[in-house]
Design a protein around this ligand. Sequence first.
Ligand code: KIV
Length: 293
Amino acid sequence: MTKKVSTLTFQKYKQEGRKIVCLTAYDYSTAKILDKAGVDLILVGDSLAMVALGHPTTHAVTMDEMIHHTKAVTRGVTRAFVVADLPFMSYQVDQKQAITNAGRFIKESQAEAVKLEGATPLNLETVSRLVDMGIPVMGHLGFTPQSIHALGGTRVQGRSAEQAAKLIQDSLALERAGIFSLVLEMVPTVVAKIISEQLTIPTVGIGAGKYCDGQILVTDDLLGKYTDFQPRFVRRYANLAEVCNQSVTDYAEDVRRTGFPNDDESFALPEDEEEKLRALLDTFSISHGELSC
Ligand code: KIV
């Protein structure tokens, strides 16, 4: 029996210098594949708004949609630690809203932790309240997609000494508030390295270089299935869009030339039953589309 991953596992990995493998999933079958392949942490990211639902940004996804997908993911997982992303405007209004929605993820979808973006004073208070209540929280700094309009687009963050220093301060503040892990997105390698060295909790990078304690990618990017755009930090390990396209084209051709299904893919009626059926049909007459004796 494989041991379930917990927040303690990540702490241990950090101490041992062992990298944490993280990926996103939005459905049961993908979650099952990732879990079987030994992924340590599965994030039901709000990137599902873009990747699974076709929205232009992460903003549109709702709590109910996130819960619906998180339920599917947790059903497919036995080992990995599942984190659910608090979507835009599900935690920014006030602490009561944040606590209610974080609680819904744990109660309704069996997620084991939640993630939120930024280190605003409200977020810091929210993190400590959630941690007090027994809900582990993952932080997210650097490029935070929910603030894409304020940040002026998908851009690397912390490129000046002042901005980098602010990122380091925010990381330390989130750690003090109680997060168990921190996502660093689109941050210069050296800044992510300093943060990873300063923090006792593990960092998980996405476009943040090789010194983070773990790495995360959007699974559909890694598999070459989501092709609307490809950020520079993505490494594609497969071209599923091409594989899927070819498979569907082949299927369409088979259907059109009656090459699908064949006899092995269909169900036979025993010969004697077919004979009986034909004899029976001979005694029927068909009028107005109905069978009668
Ligand atoms: O929503 C998401 O998928 C994320 C990861 C890219 C970190 O936040």
